[in-house]
Design a protein around this ligand. Structure first.
Ligand SMILES: NC(=O)c1ccc[n+]([C@@H]2O[C@H](COP(=O)([O-])OP(=O)(O)OC[C@H]3O[C@@H](n4cnc5c(N)ncnc54)[C@H](OP(=O)(O)O)[C@@H]3O)[C@@H](O)[C@H]2O)c1
Length: 277
């Protein structure tokens, strides 16, 4: 059973934003044993609010921050970056809370300005596989965050996947470019593999199924082979002069996948920097 530290019925976790990522987090916490009575969700969208309440009867769901009646131990900010400015004045009234933001591009400095220089803030970047508990989140903490609060954030994000911490916030742009946006690169890889299969003569449906299952299976194999490098896994399926090697000679060539992905990740990191400026 996960230790959720200071969170309890009298000092709940307040989740601001019960959308895709907020709901995924909520499901993870409840699945790890956090009791619904220790959670208040602030969700203005009536349909989304109803859905959360239907699935989790013990959770309190309110349409706005002014309806929160208990002093929170933790405020998780899971709204879109563009509505963050509207939300922060309402949560700034809880200076003792730990703030955990998953909003892309919103910096620790931005939160210090809105919540005060003494606020304990953790900025995290999760990714979409969090919806099935297979995400990866990278976190950076403001200097006011205690070790216990760090552990609590790790527990909260570990409920939807792996967690890593960085000390240098500037790396968040590269994190966003690699793991934040990364699932889309893999989805596109599947599309490209399916199209290539079709070009090689396969029916569309079969090519799509083979591409999906190949990437999903390879991902599962990577996950099950923590002690092996991915280069070893690759070599294990590459016989000298065989079919895989013929393809890898193209993919690993001078204008192959490596420089292409480097350019793609650089472009995403550049855009992340622009958006958080
Ligand atoms: N999805 C991802 O892959 C991903 C990955 C990393 C980080 N993130 C970050 O996670 C955050 C949430 O993303 P998402 O994909 O979950 O977005 P989303 O599905 O749109 O969820 C945001 C939710 O917040 C609600 N909301 C809007 N204004 C509010 C307010 N004033 N108070 C409380 N709730 C409010 C929205 O309601 P309405 O629909 O009525 O506006 C919506 O239900 C974003 O900041 C994003 O950068 C997402």
């Amino acid at each position: 059973m996960t230790d959720f530290g200071a969170i309890g019925v009298s000092r709940p976790l307040v989740l601001v934003g019960g959308g895709r990522m907020g709901s995924a987090l909520l499901a993870g916490w409840l699945g790890r044993g956090l009791h619904g009575t220790a959670v208040v969700v602030v969700e203005p969208d009536a349909d989304a609010a109803r859905e959360i309440k239907t699935g989790n009867a013990d959770v309190t769901v309110v349409p706005s921050m002014d309806k929160v009646r208990r002093e929170p131990a933790v405020v998780v900010l899971a709204v879109k970056p563009q509505v963050m400015a509207a939300v922060l004045p309402d949560v700034a009234q809880y200076p003792k809370a730990l703030f955990l933001s998953i909003a892309a591009g919103k910096t620790l400095d931005y939160f210090a300005q809105a919540l005060g220089a003494d606020a304990a803030v953790v900025r995290a970047m999760p990714n979409t596989p969090a919806a099935i508990g297979k995400g990866v989140s990278v976190c950076v903490a403001s200097t006011n965050v205690s070790e216990a609060q760090r552990s609590l954030c790790t527990a909260l994000l570990d409920a939807v996947g792996a967690v890593a911490w960085i000390d240098n916030e500037k790396l968040m742009d590269a994190v966003t470019a690699l793991s934040g946006s990364g699932p889309a690169y893999v989805f596109y890889l599947i599309e490209c593999m399916a199209a290539a299969g079709q070009a090689a003569g396969l029916p569309a449906e079969l090519a799509d199924m083979l591409a999906r299952r190949t990437v999903a299976g390879a991902g599962a194999l990577v996950e099950a082979s923590d002690d092996e490098s991915t280069a070893t896994l690759r070599r294990n399926v590459t016989s000298p002069n065989g079919t895989t090697e013929a393809a890898l000679n193209v993919l690993m060539g001078e204008n192959g996948l490596a420089p292409l992905l480097r350019h793609a990740v650089e472009a995403a990191a550049r855009r992340s920097k622009e958006l958080s400026a």
